[in-house]
Ligand binder design. Structure first.
Ligand code: 5AD
Length: 463
């Protein structure tokens, strides 16, 4: 059977879609290739959120196509994901070596299409149609199945699409309208993952706080999303629940209160603010003011004082003045985010912002981006330093990505912690003593409470 290599660009939703496609291909008998150089099928799962992401995937495909044309002409090439959806056939017109373009609602058909291509039943595939029920088609996992992909954490896609229509964002056009899976369906998938050794799930969607608005609805003052959190929380053996990304508007009191009731819900929140200026927030169509955002953060910190809060910020949105930008800086300083992902505004086709007046020049965007990054890094450094000396719980995920001789895990606040450990620690919830902080990384040592030898003391380090 042919082997497949999938390269993924962009968000966690894309990571998850790629994994599901890979699992579906494996179930059909395809194998997974360790690199593009030996694969019979090369798929790029693309991102459209900024122009840079599109250019990267286009350049990659151009290079891949040139290489396989020379030496391995049997290789099939395909685009999946948001750029496949938004550009469709245009991609084949531009890169005629491409055999498949599969839109975001059709990724579960990849295996069938590849079968048809290899059997000669089809010559080329472009399928970017909408498909009813496609939100429930992403449920297969490779995790802890042959070929073994050991993992104690998993992403679970709970919904697709977005109805928010922020004026800068291409996602509603590439992912379609909001569609949610059912609670029992999601719980079943989580349960299966727990049975396979997973300890932590991250519920995924473009805008998870809008989960099930239409399909599930409110009950007893609880949003559908909170009902889902409660149902997932019930699963025995599950230790931790996370979700991403929420919309600040979705932080009703029911969700804030869920942090008090549901101990598996980790005290970290990724709250994309985008700007600190009311004028810009309005132009962006975000649906909240600076004041309201500050209020949400305050409520969350009241519920869990040590809540880790991260955000996304766009600099150089059309019309953003120096005064608007300074409002963003002061908001970042005031909230003291644990981390902020800072993006340079990138005009996207068909979005209202691309046609707005007063587009900000590249130079100004670069300069503001630099200043914002400096501030975010300075705050991050002092926040991380503040953790040194504390004892925290981590879930050990496996070898450290930066230094594979060591292990890493995440704290409940979603901070990566690296420590000297061994394979036997993998999958364990471990108390660690934080000894040092680096750039958005913590370092520590396992700490064990040994009450019989050190009565009353939280001391004693494992050798
Ligand atoms: N330009 C720059 N950044 C963008 N984002 C979304 N659209 C754009 C754009 N046109 C950012 C937002 C979002 C994150 C995933 O990407 O900050 O939260």
């Amino acid at each position: 059977m042919p082997s497949v290599y999938i390269k993924t660009y962009g968000c966690q939703m894309n990571e998850r879609d790629s994994e599901a496609v890979a699992a579906q291909l494996v179930a059909k008998g395809f194998t997974l290739a360790p690199s593009e150089h030996v694969a019979d099928v090369i798929l790029l799962n693309t991102c459209s959120v900024r122009d840079q992401a599109e250019q990267k995937a286009l350049n990659k495909m151009e290079n891949v196509a040139a290489a396989v044309r020379r030496s391995r002409p049997h290789v099939r090439l395909g685009f999946l994901g948001c750029m496949a959806q938004s550009r469709g056939r245009e991609l084949i017109d531009r890169l005629p070596d491409v055999d498949l373009v599969i839109g975001t609602q059709k990724s579960h058909r990849t295996a069938d299409y590849l079968d048809a291509l290899f059997a000669g039943r089809l010559d080329q595939v472009v399928d970017v149609e909408e498909e009813k029920g496609s939100e429930a088609a992403i449920h297969e996992h490779l995790i802890n199945r042959a070929p073994a992909v050991p993992s104690v954490t998993a992403f679970v896609s709970i919904m697709q699409g977005c109805n928010q229509y922020c004026t800068f964002c291409i996602v509603p056009y590439t992912r379609g309208a909001e569609r949610s899976r059912t609670i029992p369906d999601i719980v079943t998938e989580c349960r299966e993952l727990i049975d396979r050794g997973v300890k932590e799930v991250t519920l995924l969607g473009q805008i998870v706080t809008s989960y099930g608005k239409r399909e599930v609805g409110e009950r007893n003052g609880k949003s559908a999303f909170v009902q889902l959190l409660e149902a997932v929380h019930e699963i025995a053996g599950l230790e931790r629940i996370r979700f991403t990304s929420p919309h600040p508007r979705g932080y009703g009191d029911d969700l804030v209160e869920a942090y008090l009731r549901l101990p598996k819900l980790c005290e970290s929140a990724h709250l994309p603010v985008q700007s600190g200026s009311d004028r810009v927030l309005k132009l962006m169509h975000r649906g909240y003011t600076r004041e309201r955002f500050l209020g949400i953060v305050e409520k969350l910190r009241r519920a869990r004082p040590e809540m880790g809060i991260t955000t996304d910020i766009i600099v150089g949105f059309p019309g953003e003045t120096e005064a608007d930008f300074e409002e963003t800086l002061s908001l970042v300083r005031g909230i003291s985010f644990d981390n902020a992902f800072c993006f340079k505004y990138s005009p996207r086709r068909d979005t209202p912002a691309a046609a707005m007046p007063d587009q900000v020049s590249r130079e100004v965007i670069e300069e503001r981006h630099r200043r914002l990054l400096d501030l975010v890094n300075e705050i991050g450094k002092s926040k991380y330093r503040h953790y040194v000396g504390q004892q925290v719980q981590i879930l050990v995920e496996g070898p450290s990505r930066k230094t594979p001789a060591r292990l890493e895990g995440r704290t409940r606040k979603n901070k990566i912690l690296v420590f000297e450990g061994s394979e036997r620690h993998r999958g364990r919830l471990l108390d660690v003593h934080i000894t040092r902080s680096g750039s958005f990384t913590l370092y520590g040592e396992p700490a064990i409470l040994n009450e019989s030898t050190t009565p009353g003391k939280a001391g004693g380090f494992e050798s």
